[in-house]
Design a binder for this molecule. Structure first.
Ligand code: ASP
Ligand code: MG
Length: 454
């Protein structure tokens, strides 16, 4: 059995949806489909609640949202179109109530926010199921909260509780499959034990696909996108960057975490537990083999397979003489930042300072967190923004002599100053920060060193 995941860009237009239907129809294996929201929908939901609204705004917004999805339904199919129209109407009514509630109370809790964000995937599943039914497949839209994709309580970045998921999802999905149905499952969200919708963070549908595969003990997961797969570097920076045919789970996880926008950073984890391969596929070039992510720990002669980056980060330094000996210092810092919803990319420590890398968008929140808590955590702090994070990835990097020397020599030869370095925590990746103005130079220098060209 296969899990086929379709991202937002595969669902945004009639042409894309026709391609999706063809790819699914042409797949001879038994399959489960999972879908993101149509492109732009999650952003529009986020944007709508980002400022105070009037009731009239809600009507306009929902009408546009509804028409966007109605326009994507098959036109000449009486029964599946009619059924889908009714389902869309119901979802819009629910969202309408929710948005009125938010506008009226001027309050948006993480719970409500996640519930609201899940609307995009619910609508997309209805559209895709209708499209597939139109192609004579017995497709049924299914929602992951109703199915029991159970998660922890961390809204926006929820983690699935895999044992519970398997218990809940497997019987229902198996029973549907045995009746010849094709489940079209909502991506991006699950449900907490207390019954609240919880989302997985941006691009979370990749993670849903992996959870489904884990629960069903399925064959490969196909991640359908508008690109071929992981590249040796961003082609916008390195013109001759090329497609990587295979990556280990660890390599893919490091690249995804450090900027390669091909996979959700946590998506490999459930698949890896069961050794299930993930294949990145291009909807616009289905014959391209894409990148296969799996157990293979193949190494390149030159070790490095790809260089990725996060363009805008900041370094937060917390000073305290004796930091190295103070028990709980690191944990206090991380608790203080996590409470403000700030993700820490990485941390390095010394006897006098702990330095953590955060997203540049989190600088204001980090300042606030530090100012509020500095009395308990450290003597003083400093934030350096305008940094970029660069990550070089390849199996064998932890075991091969001279790779770090080559990376940093190549960068130094371009007169770039390397600031914070993290090496050793991962056996397949190094990452370090540089000034944002040096980012392009740095990425190109590493690519040139390990591949011979840019
Ligand atoms: N719709 C969500 C997002 O845009 C989840 C996803 O695309 O997988 O982030
Ligand atoms: Mg999306």
């Amino acid at each position: 059995m296969k899990i086929m995941k379709f991202g937002g860009t595969c669902l945004g237009t009639e042409d894309a949806l026709r391609r999706v239907a063809k790819v699914v129809k042409d797949e001879p294996a038994e399959k489960i489909v999972t879908v993101s929201a149509a492109s732009g929908v999650t952003n529009s939901l986020k944007e709508f609640v980002s400022v105070p609204r009037k009731e009239a705004d809600i009507d306009d917004f929902l009408l546009k949202l509804k028409l966007r999805h109605v326009d994507l339904l098959p036109r000449r199919d009486g029964s599946s179109r009619k059924e889908a129209l009714e389902m869309i109407e119901k979802k819009i009514t629910k969202l309408d109530r929710l948005l009125y509630g938010v506008t009226y109370t001027e309050e948006l809790t993480p719970r409500t926010y996640d519930l609201m964000l899940s609307a995009g995937e619910r609508l997309a599943a209805i559209v895709v199921a209708a499209r597939l039914s139109h192609r004579k497949l017995d497709a049924v839209a299914m929602e992951t909260d109703a199915l029991g994709l159970v998660t922890n309580n961390q809204h926006f970045n929820a983690v699935a509780i895999l044992s519970e998921c398997e218990k809940n999802l497997k019987p229902t999905l198996e029973s549907a499959l045995s009746k010849g149905m094709l489940p079209v499952v909502t991506g991006f969200f699950g449900i907490t034990k207390n019954g609240h919708v919880s989302t997985f963070g941006r691009s979370g549908t990749d993670y849903t696909a992996s959870v489904l595969a884990h629960s069903m003990r399925s064959g490969p997961i196909e991640i359908w996108k508008e690109v071929d797969g992981f590249m040796s570097a961003d082609p916008k920076m390195v013109k001759n960057a090329f497609l990587i045919d295979r990556l280990s789970y660890e390599e893919a996880a490091e690249l995804a975490y450090f900027g390669a926008q091909v996979l959700h950073p946590r998506a490999v984890q459930p698949a890896r537990l069961r050794g299930i391969e993930m294949v990145i596929k291009n909807l616009y070039d289905p014959k391209s083999p894409g990148t296969i992510v799996g157990n293979s720990r193949a190494t390149r002669k030159d070790v490095i397979k790809s260089v990725s980056y996060v363009p805008k980060v900041a370094t937060l330094k917390i000073y305290d003489t004796g930091a190295g000996y103070k028990s709980g210092f690191l944990s206090d810092i991380s608790t203080c930042l996590t409470n403000e919803g700030i993700n820490l990319f990485s941390a390095t420590t010394s006897q006098t300072c702990v330095a953590v890398i955060i997203d540049e968008n989190d600088v204001a929140a980090a300042k606030k967190a530090m100012k509020t808590h500095i009395a308990g955590v450290g003597e003083s702090f400093e934030i350096e923004d305008g940094r970029a994070l660069v990550c070089a990835v390849g199996e064998g990097l932890g075991r091969t002599k001279g790779v770090a020397a080559r990376v940093f020599k190549a960068v130094a030869s371009k007169d770039v100053n390397v600031e914070l370095i993290s090496a050793g925590a991962s056996t397949v990746a190094y990452h370090f920060t540089v000034d944002q103005k040096d980012l392009r130079k740095t990425v190109r220098a590493i690519h040139k060193e390990f591949f011979g060209y840019v």
